[in-house]
Design a protein around this ligand. Structure first.
Ligand code: GRF
Length: 213
């Protein structure tokens, strides 16, 4: 069967991109990265893929006179590379409703909080300032709102009295790196059943088959 082709949008550090690469290398994720797009030529994410056979392109917003033209270029690149699923992995731009409507149920994001708590920027600081005792991370499909799409997977992480933004980010990031590849793999295995806002996880096909024996 043809592998699901991933298109990954990055702007910076790229540790979640690295987690996806590592999961594919370790056979924990049956997919192929067809393209990495960075809107930032300096993104460390681009250095991470050096040496891997992964096509990458830098598309800077400032090189285009409008957001629409910038996004048309993104869409063209995803088309050329036959991308099935777009992953936002630390991509620091808000995509327009028009862009998102072209890929229904085909764009995922990871957010470093338990949505719908603490959406948007500075999620760790928001959680600490609020005095929450638990935060975590969420993988969700992207819809037209801010971090508001249907939730695929979430995992909680405790907030300690001694936490700073740095220590909490680190503890959550460790979980992000496990959760994102797991969510992508569920998509690749066609095990995400979307029912309005609720996403149900279907059992593994082999187990289903075994039940019928
Ligand atoms: C992660 O914390 C992710 O949850 C958020 O942006 C950060 C990206 O980090 N959306 P990295 O570039 O993947 O290291």
């Amino acid at each position: 069967m043809r592998k699901t082709v991933l298109g990954v949008l990055v702007s910076g550090r790229g540790s979640n991109l690295q987690a996806i690469i590592d999961a594919i290398s370790a056979d924990r994720l049956d997919a192929k990265i067809g393209l990495v797009i960075s809107d930032n030529p300096e993104a460390h994410a681009l250095q991470r893929i050096a040496g891997w056979d992964i096509p990458a392109v830098v598309i800077e917003r400032k090189k285009y006179s409008s957001r629409q033209e910038f996004e048309e270029r993104l869409v063209a690149e995803f088309d050329i590379h036959h991308v099935d699923l777009i992953l936002l992995a630390g991509f620091m731009r808000i995509l327009s409703s028009h862009f998102i409507s072209q890929f229904p149920g085909k764009i995922m994001n990871i957010h470093p909080a338990l949505l719908p708590a603490f959406p948007g920027l500075n999620a760790h600081k928001q959680a600490l300032d609020y005095g929450a005792k638990v935060s975590g991370c969420t993988v969700h499909f992207v819809d037209e709102g801010m971090d508001s799409g249907p939730i695929i997977l979430q995992e909680a992480v405790p907030i300690l009295d001694s936490d700073t933004v740095e220590t909490l980010s680190e503890r959550i990031l460790h979980v992000e790196h496990l959760l994102y590849p797991r969510a992508v793999n569920l998509f690749c295995q066609q095990r995400l059943a979307v029912d309005g806002r609720r996403i149900k996880i279907l059992p593994e096909p082999s187990r289903e088959g075994a039940k019928g024996l």
